[in-house]
Design a protein around this ligand. Sequence first.
Ligand code: FES
Length: 131
Amino acid sequence: MLKREDNERLVRVGPGTPMGVLLRRYWQPVLLSWELKERDGAPVRVCILGEELVAFRATDGRIGLVDAYCRHRRAPLFYGRNEEQGLRCVYHGWKFNVDGQCVDLPNVGGETYASEPTSGSSHTLPSRKAG
Ligand code: FES
């Protein structure tokens, strides 16, 4: 019989947990290719290892797997518009590429763009097509 703390260590797989760190070292199948067959098609919700994510196929065919919620005000990116190499949040229009980098902030202008504390990248997981 496992002790409670050993059991907790084995079953928790979220980011930063011992099993979460271990399992993130290995590729995990999360979608079938046909589920993201269209370039610039609708994003798909993915829940794996305790994380809510959205997957999308960009204009060039690469697949992005990013945090399910926008870095700006946490609007769900599942409702985002997949266009021109990125997923655009429908709330204020921030756009994230397949690497989770915020590549457009239309509501933040001029010089403040570069210093915007919430610019940069969203949480992402590496993705690739296999099989
Ligand atoms: S909540 Fe996404 S851009 Fe503001």
